[in-house]
Write a protein that binds this ligand. Structure first.
Ligand code: ZN
Length: 278
């Protein structure tokens, strides 16, 4: 089903896209261009503190749709597992304090030297189940984000939307557990359209950017929409066919590219590309 071009009120720009700015600088820049939604980056929030961060967002009139990113659930020791639950509780509290609806949650990679990926995936399932009551306490949803298979070793032991759907089927807690779908992570998957249909009612966040043909770094060399191979508008149409009405969230990690540019030029480019490509 064709979708109409994205309008500014449905455009969200992740704070990490403006890595060249400090917390306040990034929020003020978005507001100056009429982009009134962001996803707050945990490290930037820690630089100013949660209370001050919430105040900056409020004063600028910019809403945070989510906090990025929590999770990292694959610890093997009891002490490690307890620490990660404690950390996630703190991050969920931070998310609630800035008014975010969700905490984007990535599973984490394998332990040092570990070769048993099945066991790592089972640990994630257990830890996710334990996170649920903590999330319910705060009212913040857990948005599980599968990452590209190149990140399987160090950042996410789930790589497809199908695996995320299977985990959510197994846990069956739809009131609090959902999915953050990132086009950069999932665009290559031949099952993507079918799995998006299967994820109906689960998709909390939609992240977008582009995959550059000769990417220099699969994590830190994301492209601007329109510069690569991802049909973001088609993916949005599939997601919206499930009933999703949320914003498209531009999340561009670009160490040697966009992070080196003037932030006003960057946001103006995103707005122009959003109209043409989202
Ligand atoms: Zn993402």
């Amino acid at each position: 089903m064709p979708v109409s071009p994205l309008t500014l009120d449905r455009l969200c720009i992740h704070q990490v896209t403006l890595m060249q700015c400090d917390f306040k600088g990034s929020i003020d820049c978005l507001a100056r261009h009429g982009v009134m939604q962001t996803a707050v980056w945990k490290d930037k929030l820690d630089e100013v503190g949660t209370e001050q961060g919430a105040r900056i967002l409020h004063d600028a009139g910019v809403a945070s749709v989510s906090l990025c990113a929590g999770g990292f659930l694959t610890a093997t020791t009891k002490a490690g597992q307890q620490k990660i639950l404690d950390d996630n509780r703190r991050w969920l509290d931070q998310a609630a304090a800035i008014g975010a609806h969700s905490m984007v949650t990535i599973t984490g990679g394998l332990a040092v030297g570990e070769t048993d990926i099945d066991s790592a995936r089972k640990r994630v399932l257990d830890r996710l189940g334990e996170l649920v009551p903590l999330a319910r306490d705060t009212g913040v949803k857990i948005a599980l984000e599968p990452l590209h298979p190149m990140a399987c070793g160090n950042r996410s032991v789930i790589s497809t939307l199908g695996e995320a759907n299977n985990m959510l089927d197994a846990l069956d807690m739809p009131d609090i557990l959902g999915i953050a779908l990132d086009s950069y992570a999932l665009w290559w998957d031949p099952e993507l359209q079918d799995e998006i249909a299967r994820a109906a009612g689960r998709i909390i966040n939609l992240h977008v950017s582009d995959w550059l043909k000769d990417t220099g770094d699969t994590r830190l060399d994301r492209g601007m929409m329109g510069d690569g191979h991802i049909d973001n508008r088609a993916i949005r149409s599939w997601v919206e066919a499930t009933g999703f009405t949320g914003p498209s969230e531009v999340e561009i990690f670009s160490e040697d590219g966009w992070w080196q540019r003037d932030p006003n030029e960057l946001v103006a480019t995103i707005i122009e590309r959003a109209i043409r490509h989202l």
